[in-house]
Design a protein around this ligand. Structure first.
Ligand code: HEM
Length: 602
């Protein structure tokens, strides 16, 4: 029953995706939309629908007969088909603790059913590696997402694409462009953007969160299309997509049966078609521009050129124009919030742990003197590498990773993992396993460079580093962006510590993050000033154009992409449409681990 509903939904999504542009232009009658909104606003109607589905599900679903010696996974109790649909806390970190807390009772791998779909929670690194790495071919699909109709079957978003030939071609191309551009320090884009970001921070420290987000968008757009200005397009399209793929996004992501509403009645499908079209416009415009500059000989080195050049590699030849535009574009927009998370967490870490910044500055001053740290300094700066490694562990951008879907029935330690199960590795809790990470909830960079910690590894010229880190996932679907992340974090953390003293202006938040699947710590008020007059001069003289982007709301001739980059008021923080909403004060503070886990060796 569940499988047939899923198949029907998938077939419907495919059909829907191919009709996306038509649907976008279709005139959805206001009366049908109002029926939907009335339904959605009527909690009783929704509850009634859930109950009806649960009862019907119970009647038609029979128990599954298992082969001899195979047992079902321990499962969280819930309603027959609807399962425990109420069990999805909105926020990634809250979900990580919520499901992690059940580990003691149900074991390191257990099932959770919701709306007819089996989810599998994996709570240890061993199980995650056994399944996602050692048996990677069985676990490399992705799941459909109700508010992001057709994203699994489509050709648009690499990280969320189902396993297919298209996926393999995109991923091979990604590996190729990373392999080619990493030794060239991503063509110098991170280094040149670091200087602009230092200048913006110096001139306008209160708006530090905005400067970091713009930093990430400019850096990846330079790397991808040879022009940082295309990052405005990414800033414009990311929030809607990120919300669409998050449980905290549209209600359909929790009440998944709403995916069966036809186009004419589904505001979600109409919104998704609009979003898909906007994303395509952004990626086409950026690639067209890079093509034009390449042809007339004015293009800067970038990923697009690796696809454009006449003697291109087999990996590049395998993609047509639409595919190249989306492979490059969809790998670029993930680089903003993912890297933005640790950049925000750096400010949190040094404000919560005031002793660490002077320790870092000592290392930077002794290795670099009067210049900024560069990639060539990595072997000589274990404390800076430890900062990168610890921040990536301590405040994960993707606390629950990205789910892997079982492509066939599998038996693990006698338990059946059914085909189609959505498997979640709880990366956040895994990187807090008490034996491996004592004081796992605290920021302790020493754990990587002090031999008394279990995570210490020599030689210190090489370790710690973030290659193969849990935060970047597992197996065939693991993140291809580790080298770029490493370079951006190492050089910008280094530049910040070289340049500034940073301290909190008031209360420092603990766990506040945005509620979406890629989390970023909420910005809070800080003091930031140059460490000396020489450094101030260096920053101001090192960069003419600081690359400000936010516009006045009355500014003339705003482009389509700039319309979302508006400063309502000079003193207000840029909230990036809810992704970087400022910290609201102590009444919002959540304390982790939750009370039931305090003192537990989970
Ligand atoms: C702190 C930074 C980052 C973190 C924590 C991170 C984390 C992740 C995780 C957990 C996954 C899913 C892995 C899995 O399914 O097992 C992923 C996939 C992916 N990441 Fe990253 N990422 C980061 C930065 C980047 C950057 C900078 C890029 C590109 C420039 C990037 C591009 C991708 C792509 C294309 C995928 C999809 C891979 C696939 O589905 O096969 N990521 N990332």
């Amino acid at each position: 029953m569940a499988a047939s509903i899923r198949e029907a939904a998938a077939a419907y999504s495919m059909n829907a995706a191919s009709n996306a542009t038509d649907a976008f232009t279709a005139d959805v009658s206001s009366s049908s939309l109002s029926i939907v909104s009335t339904l959605l606003n009527n909690k009783l109607a929704v509850l009634f629908a859930v109950l009806v589905i649960a009862v019907v599900g119970k009647i038609v679903s029979g128990g599954q007969k298992l082969p001899e010696g195979v047992k079902p996974l321990p499962i969280l109790p819930g309603l027959p088909w609807a399962g425990r649909f109420w069990d999805v806390p909105s926020e990634g970190i809250a979900s990580a603790w919520h499901f992690g807390a059940l580990h003691k009772k149900y074991g390191p791998i257990y099932a959770w059913k919701v709306m007819g779909t089996v989810h599998v929670w994996i709570e240890t690194d061993k199980v995650a590696r056994d399944l996602f790495t050692k048996r990677q071919r069985k676990y490399c699909d992705r799941n459909g997402l109700p508010a992001a109709v057709g994203i699994r079957e489509g050709k648009e978003v690499l990280p969320l694409m189902g396993f297919s030939d298209v996926f393999k071609r995109y991923k091979n191309f990604m590996h190729y462009i990373m392999k080619y551009s990493a030794p060239k320090a991503f063509y110098g884009w991170p280094a040149s953007e670091n200087k602009k970001t230092l200048r913006r921070l110096l001139e306008n420290p209160d708006r530090w969160s905005e400067h970091l987000i713009i930093h990430c968008a400019r850096t990846i757009a330079g790397t991808a299309w040879g022009d940082p200005d295309h990052g405005k397009k990414l800033l414009s399209i990311v929030p809607e997509l990120l919300k669409a793929v998050s449980p905290a996004g549209p209600i359909i992501n929790k009440l998944t049966f709403l995916a069966n509403l036809p186009w004419q009645l589904s505001p979600f499908k109409v919104a998704e078609a609009r979003r898909k079209k906007e994303m395509q416009d952004a990626f086409y415009e950026a690639l067209n521009d890079a093509t034009e500059r390449y042809k007339n000989g004015t293009g800067e080195e970038c990923w697009s050129q690796l696809w454009l050049q006449s003697d291109k590699s087999d990996e590049a030849k395998a993609l047509d124009y639409h595919e190249a535009a989306h492979a490059i574009g969809s790998s670029s927009f993930v680089a903003i919030a993912t890297i933005g998370g640790p950049l925000h967490a750096f400010f949190l870490a040094v404000c919560q742990n005031p002793e660490w910044l002077p320790r870092l500055q000592q290392e930077i001053d002794s290795v670099c003197g009067d210049r900024l740290p560069g990639p060539e300094d990595m072997p000589n700066m274990p404390a800076l590498r430890a900062t990168v490694k610890e921040i990536v562990r301590w405040r994960q951008s993707t606390p629950l990773g990205v789910p892997h879907v079982a492509m066939e029935d599998d038996v693990y330690e006698g338990y059946l993992i059914p085909k189609g199960a959505i498997c979640h590795a709880n990366n956040y809790l895994i990187s807090r396993e008490p034996k491996q990470f004592p004081r796992g909830n605290e920021f302790v960079p020493e754990r990587w460079i002090d031999s008394s910690y279990p995570t210490y590894k020599e030689p210190l010229t090489e370790f710690p580093n973030i290659r193969g880190d849990i935060a970047f996932g597992y197996g065939m679907r693991a993140c291809p962006g580790v080298d770029l992340t490493n370079l951006e974090l190492f050089t910008l953390f280094g530049a910040l510590a070289w340049s500034f003293n940073i301290s909190p202006k008031g209360a420092v938040p603990r766990y506040e993050v945005n509620p979406y699947v890629i989390t970023m710590p909420s910005p809070f008020p800080i003091n930031l000033s140059a460490r000396s007059e020489e450094k101030k001069k260096f920053i101001l003289e090192g960069c003419d154009d600081a690359g400000y982007w936010l516009k006045d709301k009355d500014a003339p001739n705003l482009t389509r992409w700039e319309k979302k980059l508006i400063h309502e008021d000079e003193s207000a923080q840029y909230t990036w449409e809810g992704l970087t909403t400022p910290y609201q004060g102590h009444d919002q503070v959540k304390v982790y681990p939750p009370i039931e886990m305090v003192g537990q060796d989970w």
